[in-house]
Design a protein around this ligand. Structure first.
Ligand SMILES: [Zn+2]
Length: 92
């Protein structure tokens, strides 16, 4: 039974790390959604959608996803719009 307790602690630690990682997302205004949404970086969007970064850029160009650009030129993807896309829609 001791082992079980230890396992639970490990899971808890991992979850905290995942939450910390998600802090990279930015809550910002999406003009297409017309509301505050979570915006994430292209590589994060690629990981979530399980596609390559190139596919994300293609979705941006095709306006399949909402996006915003920071003053620094960093491209951010609207998390709400990302949910509507599937990797199978865009075969490589
Ligand atoms: Zn949006």
């Amino acid at each position: 039974m001791r082992n079980r307790t230890r396992t639970e602690i490990t899971i808890e630690t991992e979850r905290i790390l995942i939450i910390r990682k998600r802090k990279g997302s930015i809550l910002t205004w999406c003009s297409t959604c017309a509301q505050q949404v979570q915006m994430i970086k292209v590589d994060e969007a690629a990981t979530i959608a399980r596609v390559s970064s190139r596919t994300i850029y293609r979705w941006v160009e095709a306006e399949k996803v909402h996006f915003a650009e920071t003053p620094e030129g960093l491209l951010l993807i609207c998390l709400s719009s990302l949910a509507g896309n599937r990797p199978s829609d865009n075969p490589e």
